[in-house]
Each structure stands twice: as structure tokens, then as C-alpha cells.
Design a protein. Structure first.
Length: 518
């Protein structure tokens, strides 16, 4: 029990520190991209009183609506379920409309994945070899999982039909919001928090606008939220099939997007600490299940492609290259992509893995030495790297999807560059502060409460993402999954804050106005 309690306090303190900094940064600063959509974020100041006022107004609106929904106890659950269904349908329909209106064309990595999948469908596995023009999967073999998903989509809907994948993203967005609602129900029995979470989810426009992104984001985020829901249900009910579903959904998420390994590690840590702290050794079987399913699925996909192609998958560019690049300053913000990986692996080392790794180690040492000799520069570097990723309220949802086929609708075009674009980014900026602040309040309010360590799985995952992306290559898009995972926590924190404010007003003789909605 002492181990579990120590782990609880440690995670809560780290979470308070992270979300305290995030809230402070988001209240005073924001990161923006020029409408040319070059991947160069610029940090600018915010009007602190305005941001705080807007956050307060948004919370008040949710409070008033929740008061009406919770008026009659016998109708409360039914009303919440109707709202959950409405949010699901809204997300699905908005995503479908956006896919058609935005007319986004895959570019960069997206295009390479589509090309590889189409070639594989036709028996051409050149992309796995050094002889191909792009050498994409030779350099990045970890993308074969996503390529396999794309190949299935093309098999079902026709070669090159990337819009089918975008419509699949629409379903993923709607399911993500629903699973987030289920996670909230596992975290708290407070129905007001459920209502808040649904409204916050409906306003998560960065997620909804990413439906046109032909990559692993939407699918992996949906699978991650599903994994967390199944895990929380397992810890509550202790029924094995919940854990089996959790293991398979987590493995699928990791195959589609390697960064989901952070969630897998978080699950393993919670299970190990709980097993040791509470002497529940059967939980170790769950750890083995998570590892076995992931490794088995990874090896199955790799073996499938090796057998079909007759080509042994290359080890790819060493992961240390991303770490080295994350310690460098390029044209963009500190730690962002600067072409280092291709320059090193394709150019300087000529695909020699050991040589590339040795160069990466040397560059890491050089950067570390510079940081040690210039501590003020190191502080600026990592503060700017942190802000450029976590303080971008759009999470690059426009920058990553601005390429079109010249058939974009007028409304969609204005969302990329007109007054509606400025209004949307302004709202996202206030919304981001609301979410960060809500998470801080949730951890604060639950700090002394006795709880199962699994209830902190969201905090552990987000904190793991923070550590990873301070070391790894930086990019605002990489933070979106963690932001979506924050929604249940933010809902709990804001709901509790609303109730406490109401009680404070009552004690001081100023009860809130009664709701008159019919």
C-alpha cells in the first residue's frame, strides 16, 4: 500500500507541475503559423485577462446547461445519453462535410504511405528496398503497420482511394469522442462531469479538422482512447475479457503509430506498481498479455510483408537520429524537423546503420556540450521547444492539411485563410487554456482522495508524452493525442470547480440564479 500511495503522490505532483506550467503558458502565450503554412511556429503574447474571462464564460455556459439537464433525477441519465448520441452524430457529420469541403490531397509522408500501399496491392514491393526512388519504407520500416491498414482500405475501396481513409477518420473521430465519454464515466460518477466532457469534446475542432489527414493520427487516437476505457473497466470489474480487449486495441494503436508505445508503457507501469503494492500478482499476467500481443502483432505484420515480398525488412534509420535532431536548431523552432535524418542516413552515412548511429551519438554529445557551456541558451532552447509544441492551439490541423485539389469550397478556404480562420484559431486558443486549467484543477481536487492508481493513467500517459517529445523531434501535431486524452480530466476539474463556486456563493449569501429553461 505504501508503494501505491507513493506512486499516487508522485504522479499527482508531476501532473500538477506539468499542467501548472501548461496553464501558465497558455494564459500568457500562444504559438501561431503564418498563412503560408511553412512549418515555422512563432510564439506571441496573449491578453491574460481576456483568456481568463472567456474560460470563465465557457464554464458558466456549461454549468447552466448542466443544471437544466440534471433537474429531474429520473431523467438525468437519459438526457446525458441523448447528448452523447447527439455529439457522436455531430462529429461524424461534421467530419464527413469537412472531408468533402476541404478537398485535401495527401502530401509528404501521407503520399508515400498511399504509394507504398497501392504498389503492394499490385505485387510491387520496391518501396521496401534501397533500389526504390523514395526508399520510404527502407528508411522508415516502422510505418509498415500503417501501410498495412492503407492497403486494406485500398483493397476494399479501390487503389489510391485516399478519401475512403478520410471517411474512416470521420468514424474514428466520432468514436474517440464516445470512448472519451466512457472514460469520464469510469473516472467519476458525477454526471455534471459527463455533460462537461461531451461539450468539451464537441468543441475539440483540432481533432475534427484532422479527419482529412491521411496518416495514423485519427485511428491511433481512437484506439488509444478505447484502450484506456477498456483498461479502466478491467480495473473496476476485474473481468479478463476487458483486459484482453485492452491488449489488442493497444497493440493495434502501436502498430499504426509508434508513439502509442508511451501508452503501453504507462499501462505496464500502473499494473506493475499495483501488483507489487497490493500483492495482486495476477496483474503480472496482464503485463505479459500486453507485451505478448504487441510483440506478436508486430512480428506478424513484419513476417507477412517479408514473405509476400521476399525481402527482409531493413532496420531503418537509427532512432538516435530523432534524438539528435531534437537537440538542434533549424529554420523552424528548436528541435523541429530540419532535414537532419535524411541528410545523415541517406547522405552522409549512405544507409550504413552503424555509421549513422555513431554520427548521431557525436552530434548529441556536441549539443549537450553546448547546452552545458551556455545554460541560458539551453533554457531558452527547451522552453521554446516546449511552447512551440504544447502551446499551438491548432496542433497544426490547418498546417498539415492545407494542400488541396483546387476544388476546395469557399467556406473551407476561408477556414484556412480568412476571417473564419482567425476566429477559429482564436477560439481554439481560449479552449486550449480551458482544457489545461481544467486538468490542473482535476489533479488538485483529487490529490488527497484515495483512489486506484489506474485513475491516473491519463496523467501518466500525458506526462510520458511530455518527456518523450522534449527529447524527440518536436512537432505540434505530435501533441494532439495527449490533448484529446486530457478532455475527461478537464471535464472532471471544471465540473468540480463549478460546484465549489456554487457552494461558495451560497455560503456568502449570493446563490446563483435559478435555471428557467423549460
Amino acid at each position: 500500500m505504501r508503494l501505491r500511495k507513493a506512486a499516487d503522490r508522485t504522479v499527482s505532483i508531476l501532473g500538477l507541475g506539468l499542467f501548472g506550467v501548461l496553464t501558465g503558458f497558455s494564459l500568457f502565450l500562444t504559438s501561431r503559423f503564418a498563412l503560408s503554412y511553412e512549418e515555422i511556429p512563432r510564439t506571441t503574447g496573449d491578453i491574460f485577462p481576456m483568456v481568463l474571462l472567456i474560460c470563465g464564460c465557457l464554464t458558466f455556459v456549461m454549468y447552466r446547461i448542466s443544471e437544466w439537464m440534471l433537474r429531474e433525477e429520473e431523467r438525468q441519465v437519459r438526457r446525458v445519453r441523448i447528448l452523447a448520441g447527439a455529439v457522436f452524430c455531430y462529429a461524424l457529420l461534421l467530419g464527413v462535410w469537412w472531408v468533402g469541403a476541404a478537398d485535401v490531397v495527401p502530401a509528404g509522408d501521407q503520399a508515400s504511405i498511399c504509394t507504398a500501399a497501392e504498389q503492394f496491392r499490385n505485387g510491387n514491393f520496391e518501396m521496401l528496398t534501397i533500389d526504390s526512388y523514395e526508399k520510404y519504407l527502407y528508411i522508415y520500416p516502422h510505418q509498415v503497420g500503417l501501410t498495412a491498414v492503407m492497403e486494406v482500405v485500398f483493397r476494399l475501396f479501390g487503389d489510391g482511394n485516399y478519401m475512403a481513409f478520410e471517411y474512416l477518420n470521420c468514424l474514428c473521430a466520432a468514436l474517440t469522442l464516445y470512448f472519451g465519454y466512457r472514460v469520464t464515466r469510469c473516472l467519476t460518477g458525477e454526471k455534471r462531469a459527463w455533460i462537461y466532457e461531451l461539450f468539451l469534446s464537441a468543441a475539440c475542432f483540432p481533432l475534427l479538422f484532422y479527419t482529412t489527414f491521411v496518416y495514423g493520427e485519427m485511428l491511433s487516437i481512437m484506439l488509444s482512447m478505447l484502450t484506456i476505457w477498456l483498461f479502466l473497466e478491467y480495473r473496476k470489474r476485474e473481468q479478463a475479457w476487458w483486459m484482453i480487449g485492452c491488449a489488442f486495441s493497444c497493440a493495434a494503436a502501436c502498430l499504426v503509430r509508434n508513439n502509442c508505445l508511451i501508452l503501453l508503457i504507462a499501462l505496464v507501469l500502473v499494473l506493475l506498481v499495483t501488483a507489487c503494492g497490493e500483492r495482486k500478482w495476477k496483474l503480472l499476467l496482464s503485463v505479459l498479455l500486453l507485451a505478448a500481443v504487441y510483440l506478436g502483432a508486430k512480428n506478424a505484420v513484419q513476417t507477412m510483408y517479408e514473405q509476400r515480398s521476399g525481402v527482409e525488412l531493413n532496420a531503418g534509420a537509427p532512432k538516435l537520429l530523432w534524438v539528435a535532431m531534437g537537440m538542434q536548431k533549424g529554420e523552424g523552432a528548436p528541435g523541429w524537423s530540419n532535414g537532419y535524418i535524411l541528410h545523415n542516413y541517406w547522405g552522409a552515412s549512405d544507409f550504413d546503420n552503424e555509421a549513422a548511429q555513431a554520427m548521431a551519438v557525436q552530434d548529441i554529445k556536441n549539443s549537450a556540450k553546448e547546452f552545458l557551456h551556455h545554460p541560458r541558451y539551453a533554457l531558452w532552447f527547451y522552453a521554446e521547444k516546449f511552447a512551440s509544441q504544447w502551446n499551438d492551439p491548432t496542433y497544426e490541423c490547418f498546417a498539415m492539411t492545407h494542400m488541396d485539389n483546387d476544388h476546395r469550397s469557399a467556406v473551407a478556404q476561408k477556414l484556412y485563410e480568412g476571417v473564419p480562420h482567425r476566429a477559429m484559431t482564436w477560439f481554439m486558443n481560449q479552449y486550449q487554456s480551458l482544457i489545461y486549467g481544467g486538468c490542473f484543477l482535476w489533479i488538485l481536487y483529487t490529490f488527497w482522495k484515495k483512489k486506484d492508481l489506474s485513475r491516473l493513467i491519463l496523467v501518466i500517459t500525458v506526462f510520458g508524452g511530455f518527456l518523450f517529445h522534449m527529447i524527440w523531434e518536436a512537432k505540434g501535431r505530435y501533441i494532439l493525442p495527449y490533448f484529446v486524452l486530457m478532455l475527461p480530466m478537464a471535464a472532471g476539474g471544471l465540473a468540480e470547480a463549478s460546484v465549489r463556486m456554487r457552494e461558495w456563493l451560497k455560503r456568502h449569501g449570493r446563490p446563483p440564479a435559478k435555471v428557467k429553461m423549460q
